[in-house]
Write a protein that binds this ligand. Structure first.
Ligand SMILES: *Cc1c(COP(=O)(O)O)cnc(C)c1O
Ligand SMILES: [Zn+2]
Length: 388
C-alpha cells in the first residue's frame, strides 16, 4: 500500500505531515502528496480487485486502507474512437475519454469522491468550495452521500442547470458578484473561519487533486499503451497535472516506458496559461483582460493565485506539451459536430478539447500519425443556454 510520506511544497520542497492544510507553511506554495514507497503495480492491482471505478486504484490514493470510500460509482468511463474527426482532420487515431459518463456528469466526481472520503477521515463538520459549476454539483452530491453539509460559492453567471443540481443535492449556494477568482477568495475565507474542508478545484486541496490521477490509469488500460497526446481543457489545471502524475507513477511501477505529451486548452478570452506558453514564459500571470466566453467551466483568471497556473505550465513543459487557446465559435462548432456525428453532447468547455486539435495540427504540434486522446470533461445538459 502507498503510505503518505508528506505533503510536499512544489515550490520549496518543504515537507508537511498529512493533515488538513492547503499551503506550504514556509512559502505558501501548493502541496503535492508524496508516497513512501513507489507504488508497486502488481500489488496495486491485487489490492483493488474487489472495488470498481476509481477505487480499483485505491492503493494509489491518499486514503487509509481501512477507510470506507464515499462513492457514487465514479470513474470507469468509456474511451471511444472518433472516426468522423479522424477523417476531417486527416489524423490517424483520435479518441475521446467521455467523462460526462460520471455520476454527476463531469470528471470532478473523481476528485470529490476522494476529497469527501478524506473529509470523513479528518472528521470535518462540513465542506466548502468555490466553483464554476461542476465542482459545486459534484461536491454537493458527494457531501449528501457523506452526510455532511456543503456550502458553495459560485459566480453569478453560473449556468442555471448547475445551480439547480447543487440545490437538489441540498447544498447552500452563495452567488458571488464577479468571476471564479472572487468566489475562490470567499470560499477560502469561509473554510478558514469554520474549519470546513475546502474542496475547491485548484491546487488548494492535495487530496482532491489525487483523485484526478485515476484518469491516467484508465486511459493506460483502455488504450493498451500510452497515447502520444492527451488534450485537456484547463482552468487552473489540476486535472492535467494529476493526469501526468498518474502516467509518471505507471512509469515508475514499470508499466510503461513512455509518457504522453500534455496539451492544456483554454478559451481565448480567458487564457492565462495558454498565453504564457505561447510567449515562452516561465511563469503565469493573472488574466486581466475582460472575460467573455461560453466556456464558463474553465474561465479562471487565476487572480491572486497565478502560481497555480505556473504549476500547470511547468507540467506542460515537462511533458513537451503545449498550451492552446480556442475561440468560442470554434468550440461551439465542434460541440455541434460531436453531437451530430458522434452522438456525444459535451458542454462548451469540454468541446475545447476537440477544437484544440485543428490548432495543434496547424501549429505543427500534432502530427498525422500520432495518437491523441481528448478528454470530454463534462456534459452539455448542464449548460443548455449556450446551444445555438
Ligand atoms: C473544472 C473543469 C475543467 C477544468 O479542470 P481543472 O482541473 O480545474 O483545470 C474542464 N472542463 C470542465 C467541464 C470543468 O468543469
Ligand atoms: Zn514552500
Amino acid at each position: 500500500m502507498a503510505e503518505i510520506k508528506s505533503l510536499t511544497c512544489v515550490d520549496c520542497g518543504h515537507g508537511h505531515q498529512a493533515e488538513l492544510i492547503y499551503k506550504c507553511e514556509r512559502c505558501e506554495g501548493s502541496l503535492d502528496v508524496e508516497y513512501h514507497s513507489e507504488v508497486n503495480g502488481e500489488e496495486a492491482e491485487a489490492a483493488g480487485k474487489k472495488e470498481s471505478g476509481i477505487w480499483k486504484y485505491r492503493s494509489f490514493l491518499p486514503i487509509a486502507p481501512n477507510s470506507e470510500p464515499v462513492t457514487l460509482g465514479e470513474g470507469n468511463t468509456p474511451l471511444l474512437r472518433m472516426p468522423s474527426l479522424e477523417m476531417e482532420l486527416e489524423q490517424s487515431e483520435v479518441y475521446f475519454k467521455n467523462e460526462s459518463a460520471n455520476p454527476t456528469l463531469a470528471f470532478k466526481d473523481r476528485a470529490l469522491s476522494v476529497a469527501l472520503t478524506a473529509a470523513k477521515q479528518f472528521n470535518v463538520e462540513g465542506v466548502v468550495t468555490a466553483s464554476t459549476g461542476n465542482t459545486g454539483v459534484s461536491a454537493a452530491a458527494y457531501a449528501a452521500r457523506a452526510k455532511l453539509p456543503c456550502k458553495i460559492y459560485v459566480p453569478k453567471k453560473t449556468p442555471n442547470e448547475k445551480l439547480r443540481l447543487m440545490k437538489i443535492f441540498g447544498a447552500e449556494i452563495r452567488l458571488v458578484e464577479g468571476n471564479f477568482s472572487d468566489a475562490y477568495l470567499m470560499a477560502a475565507q469561509q473554510a478558514e473561519t469554520t474549519g470546513w474542508f475546502n474542496v475547491t478545484s485548484t491546487f488548494l486541496n492535495p487530496y482532491a487533486v489525487e483523485g484526478n490521477k485515476t484518469i491516467a490509469y484508465e486511459i493506460h488500460e483502455q488504450f493498451g499503451d500510452v497515447p502520444d497526446w492527451i488534450v485537456i481543457p484547463i482552468g487552473a489545471g489540476p486535472l492535467l497535472v494529476a493526469c501526468f502524475k498518474g502516467f509518471k507513477e505507471l512509469q515508475l511501477a514499470g508499466k510503461t516506458s513512455k509518457l504522453p505529451r500534455m496539451a492544456g486548452v483554454q478559451a481565448a478570452s480567458c487564457a492565462p496559461i495558454a498565453a504564457a506558453f505561447e510567449n515562452g514564459l516561465e511563469e503565469v500571470a493573472a488574466w486581466k483582460q475582460p472575460i467573455a466566453t461560453v466556456a464558463s467551466g474553465i474561465a479562471d483568471p487565476l487572480t491572486t493565485y497565478p502560481k497555480d497556473g505556473t504549476r500547470t505550465l511547468k507540467t506542460i513543459y515537462a511533458s513537451d506539451g503545449c498550451g492552446i487557446a480556442v475561440e468560442d465559435d470554434r468550440m461551439l462548432h465542434y460541440q455541434k459536430k460531436l453531437a451530430k456525428e458522434e452522438g456525444i453532447f459535451a458542454e462548451p468547455s469540454s468541446a475545447t478539447a476537440i477544437a484544440a486539435l485543428e490548432v495543434m495540427k496547424r501549429k505543427g504540434y500534432l502530427r498525422k500519425n500520432e495518437s491523441v486522446v481528448s478528454v470530454i470533461t463534462g456534459h452539455g445538459l448542464k449548460d443548455l443556454m449556450s446551444i445555438q
